[in-house]
Structures are given as structure tokens and as C-alpha cells.
Design a protein around this ligand. Structure first.
Ligand code: ARG
Length: 250
């Protein structure tokens, strides 16, 4: 044990816990999916039930694989760590496909395309130029953090564990703006009933589902299932039910 300990710590940091193979998942009849379910309309709770575009899509993909999906919600910034620690087989939580993340995990073909938009109180900043010198809120561990920092500098970014807290800080006037996912922000604007306004799209990104690095049979099966549901109309139906439009990448 003593001699093994450094090896085990090393493995944990590298995230090399053995991921379950596609065959193992099929044998168990269950795929474990991780998400951060406070991201309406992607994954969120309505009472005790999880719902959302990614929830329905994940279930459709599981059904293509012939297994049941078992969902777990946890903070966004440790989803990929848990994936590499084999707590999940798949993570579906609107992850932007970035070169940095690709060093740690493998991504599916994008399951949708979107971007980060500026949100502020009426009279507040609406463009990247107007953000200069302002404080901007967003969720910790997201691609938005780096994109905001490019415009306002690291010191003016305020990160929050939850999107709801970032939104609250904006509504309470503790920050000047928020940058968040386009459709998440539209949802937030609806709830705010005129107390918030939408600004420009700050950047665009492709969002993907993640599997542990090197879990290639699972990745191939997930890509195949995504393709099938995109061809057979299931994807369009789910997407339209949440967004009124098909949000696949064109
Ligand atoms: N698209 C952003 C990123 O990749 C944010 C995703 C946040 N997702 C969530 N379920 N809270 O970092």
C-alpha cells in the first residue's frame, strides 16, 4: 500500500481510472450520465424530475444503445474530473469543445451550436466595447470565463458556482453584466420580465458530449446514436419542443 500510494495519487491526477467499456455498459443495461442540472432549458429540475433538451437527447441516445440512462447532477466544474474518475460514462452538460478540454477527455461530434451572450440591466452594457471597465459575472469553470477576460481582463470577471447566483448578482446590481449561454440567457430574460436586457453574442462555440479519454468504442456508439436521432427526426422534435427551432450545427 505504502509503495502503491504515489502511483494511485498519480493516476487520480491523470484521471486514468479505468472507464467502463461499451460492452460493460451494455451488459449492465445502464449508462451513467453526469450533468449540471441548473441550466434551463438544457438540463434542469422541475420539482424532483430532471428535464431539458440534453436530458431528452441523452435518453434518446441511451435508448439507441439499448440501455437506460441514470442521471446525476453535480457542480459544473468537476464534471470532467468525475468522468475521468469513472463516476460517469458520459457527460452531457453543454461543454464547449476546446483544445484544452480535449487534452483531458474525448468529445462527441457537436450535439448543438450556440454561443455566449451579454446580459445586463436596462441601460447597461450590450456590446463587447461597452463591457470595457465593467464587472461581469458568469459560472466558474466555463468557457465564458476566458472569453470575458479577453474583453475586460481577469480582475473584472466574477465567477459563481451556480448560474443562478451569477444571475442574482446581476439583478442585485453587484455586477454590471453577465455572459452566459444564449438559450440559457433567453430563459433568464423571460423570467426577469423586463428587468434585464439581452446584448450581443460575444462568441460562438460548438458543444459536445464527453467520454473518458480513449473510450473509443463508447464514443463511436454515441456518435452513431446522435447521427441516427438526427436523421430519424427525434432530434428535431426534441429541439423544437424546447427552443422552437432545430439547434444542430449547420
Ligand atoms: N458552454 C459553456 C462551457 O462550455 C458553459 C456550459 C455550462 N453548462 C452547465 N450545465 N452549467 O463552459
Amino acid at each position: 500500500m505504502k509503495r502503491l500510494l504515489p502511483v494511485m495519487i498519480g493516476a487520480a491526477l491523470l484521471g486514468s481510472a479505468q472507464a467502463r467499456t461499451l460492452a460493460e455498459i451494455k451488459k449492465a443495461g445502464v449508462i451513467r450520465i453526469g450533468t449540471n442540472a441548473e441550466f434551463k432549458p438544457f438540463t434542469y429540475f422541475e420539482g424532483l424530475s430532471m428535464r431539458g433538451f440534453e436530458y431528452d437527447l441523452g435518453n434518446a441516445i441511451a435508448s439507441q444503445l439499448g440501455v437506460r440512462a441514470e442521471w446525476t447532477s453535480q457542480p459544473f466544474d468537476n464534471l470532467l474530473i468525475s468522468l475521468n474518475g469513472d463516476r460517469f460514462d458520459l457527460v452531457i452538460s453543454s461543454h464547449g469543445i476546446t483544445p484544452e478540454r480535449q487534452k483531458a477527455v474525448d468529445f462527441s461530434t457537436p450535439h448543438y451550436c450556440s454561443g455566449g451572450v451579454i446580459v445586463s440591466r436596462p441601460g447597461g452594457p450590450k456590446t463587447a466595447a461597452q463591457l470595457k471597465g465593467k464587472t461581469v459575472a458568469t459560472q466558474v469553470g466555463t468557457t465564458y470565463v476566458g472569453e470575458i477576460a479577453k474583453v475586460v481582463g481577469t480582475k473584472n470577471v466574477r465567477t459563481f458556482p451556480n448560474n443562478a447566483d451569477a444571475l442574482q448578482a446581476l439583478r442585485a446590481g453587484r455586477v454590471d453584466a453577465m455572459v452566459n449561454e444564449r438559450f440559457y440567457s433567453l430563459e433568464a430574460l423571460k423570467t426577469a420580465k423586463g428587468k434585464l436586457q439581452q446584448g450581443d453574442l460575444l462568441f460562438q462555440e460548438k458543444l459536445g458530449m464527453a467520454v473518458a479519454k480513449g473510450n473509443s468504442a463508447l464514443l463511436k456508439a454515441v456518435n452513431g446514436a446522435l447521427k441516427t436521432v438526427q436523421v430519424n427526426g427525434t432530434y428535431a422534435k426534441i429541439s423544437k419542443s424546447y427552443f422552437g427551432q432545430d439547434i444542430r450545427c449547420r
